[in-house]
Write a protein that binds this ligand. Sequence first.
Ligand code: GDP
Ligand code: MG
Length: 186
Amino acid sequence: MVKLSAKCILAGDATVGKSALAQLFETDGAHFQKNYTMTTGVELILKSVAIPDTGDSVELFIFDSAGKELFTDVLEKLWIQPSVFCLVYDVTKEQSFTNCALWLERVRTKVQGMQIPGILVGNKTDLIGRRVVERTRAQEWATSQGLEYCETSVKMMENFETPFHSLARLFHQRYLEVEEIVQSLV
Ligand code: GDP
Ligand code: MG
């Protein structure tokens, strides 16, 4: 039975639903806040994820930050050495999708060439008539960047656990691979 810890950072434009997603995950689906003031400062969410078919678990340290901090030194410090990342966009906002390339770039400069597990999340799928980013397009881009892809509606509490479970699973998998290499050396 192995217990791992992973630092997870949330990236993406303001108002795409990063905080709503993290908070719903934290409370196991108990809280979707419709109108809350934007997060001020930094919030740390701690949550343990069991890895199926193993006795292992990954404790996720999810770092959420407010829109205000998105382009300041605070974020630069907060983003030091992430283990995994969750990149969120709003399926009704084209700009929030195209900006994902910029966010990804920013994440990559923080990990200096290391490949860390990441997932692209298309949120607000409940706004059916207002969708502008098609699933296949986002999926293709994610795949081309080596990212997993999933869609969520935090509002409808759909799939809100998937991104974090996927990241925990990928992180655990990476651990097993490294472990195997180490074992082969001794
Ligand atoms: P953040 O700036 O990325 O952290 O975004 P927030 O979590 O603060 O969410 C911004 C707004 O979008 C809030 O009013 C949320 O209630 C709303 N929101 C978040 N997720 C969804 C969703 O899945 N569907 C809809 N319709 N609204 C959402
Ligand atoms: Mg927020």
